[in-house]
Ligand binder design. Structure first.
Ligand SMILES: Cc1cc2nc3c(=O)[nH]c(=O)nc-3n(C[C@H](O)[C@H](O)[C@H](O)COP(=O)(O)O)c2cc1C
Length: 358
């Protein structure tokens, strides 16, 4: 493995991940495969490494995840192992969460000679199988927005993050491995799909654990200022907010009225109104100020934080106060954290105002 900075694997919880494929030097018999896996499990458990191993028709596909130094040690052993050859790393990266949190090494084998192994997906009720199939398609289409929205809706229905990870994310990761082995997708699709499942798993866990700011799932309406054509900044923000576990809706209103109607209908916690990132047009500011004043009235029954963005703000030529907004995002980075704080504060103010005498 190449060197990656140590701070990413330590106390902050980030872990190293490696996915590779290889060919068996000789097809393992059933007892050989189970010996390999049971020894691997013992060692992985000691090293705090989790992962999956898929074996089918002479090919291995393995994902390993854990502290970087431990993974390096393990990898040194695995790549020297004479039982396989033509080893090719598919991805090697640092991630905020494990994909296989509960498995020291999950074996998924379709070796004709191998003993049947427990397969979570095969005992899953049909409804869950349908979810896995849907997720597999979304992951192969690299549709992270829908994946996150889907998990968010399940969590709204009461699914716990453990259930989402164990019953859906892990089986979907295996289904992606199967799709690759069956030549139904490319390596590129497989690795993108696995990364997506990993990020989604992270968002799901953050949704139900962690700080007060992160454990409430907020909703943001990302709007371009009425009539604006350019929305690059807004779509970058959409990805960012989705990754951060927010529910994201988009609006491309052609008039103020259209925007107000959407605000009244959706009650977002934040509405972000974006001016063009391509052009700096100071004359657009008074108009934006009017839109924001009226948006506050339209959203008056729900505490809604109003944020703005666009080149004028990124270059700090204009401030949030100059247009009557609560927040101006200079860049998309960190915006979700600041917005969540503002939502928390605005809710607290609203509650205080509701108290008798408040
Ligand atoms: C395809 C394949 C996957 C393997 N995966 C693991 C694993 O996840 N964990 C593990 O400890 N050993 C795994 N092994 C076995 C290691 O290569 C190695 O034999 C074992 O870790 C003992 O290491 P040592 O020979 O350096 O003592 C795997 C072997 C093969 C062929």
């Amino acid at each position: 493995m190449s060197e990656t900075s140590a701070e990413h694997t330590g106390q902050d919880g980030w872990i190293a991940c490696l996915t590779y494929k290889s060919l068996a030097t000789a097809p393992p018999s059933e007892p050989e495969l189970s010996t390999l896996v049971s020894k691997a499990r013992t060692r992985n458990r000691m090293l705090n490494v989790t992962g999956m191993l898929i074996y089918e028709r002479g090919a291995f596909l393995q994902t390993l995840e854990g502290p970087k130094d431990k993974l390096d040690t393990l990898w040194t052993s695995i790549k020297q192992d004479r039982r396989h050859e033509h080893i090719e790393i598919l991805t090697e990266h640092i991630a905020p969460a494990r994909l296989f949190s509960d498995w020291d090494l999950l074996l998924h084998s379709r070796n004709d000679n191998a003993a049947p192994v427990p397969k979570a997906a095969s005992v899953a009720p049909p409804a869950i199988d349908a979810h896995i199939r849907k997720l597999r398609e979304l992951a192969l289409n690299a549709d992270d927005v829908r994946i996150n929205a889907f998990f968010a809706s399940l969590q709204d229905e009461g699914w716990t993050s453990d259930a989402v990870v164990t019953l859906l994310i892990e089986p979907t990761a295996r289904a992606l491995g199967d799709a690759w082995l069956a030549d139904e997708c490319s390596e590129f699709d497989l690795t993108i799909g696995l990364s997506m499942m990993q990020l989604a798993g992270h968002a799901v866990r953050r949704h139900t654990s962690g700080s007060a700011i992160r454990n409430t799932q907020y909703k943001i309406l990302l709007a371009v200022a009425p009539g604006e054509q350019h929305m690059l900044g807004t779509s970058i923000l959409a990805d960012q907010m989705t990754d951060a576990g927010w529910r994201v809706d988009m609006a491309f209103p052609d008039s103020d009225e259209a925007l107000f109607n959407q605000l009244r209908a959706e009650h977002p916690d934040v509405v972000d109104i974006g001016l063009s990132d391509a052009m700096a047009r100071p004359q657009a500011l008074p108009r934006l100020r009017t839109t924001i004043d009226h948006s506050r009235l339209a959203a008056s029954d729900h505490p809604t934080v109003i944020s703005v963005g666009g080149r004028l703000f990124a270059e700090a030529a204009a401030t949030a106060a100059s247009v009557g907004a609560d927040y101006a995002r200079l860049t998309a980075a960190g915006a979700s954290i600041r917005m969540a704080e503002l939502v928390g504060m605005s809710r607290a103010t609203k509650t205080a105002n509701r108290q008798p005498g408040g």
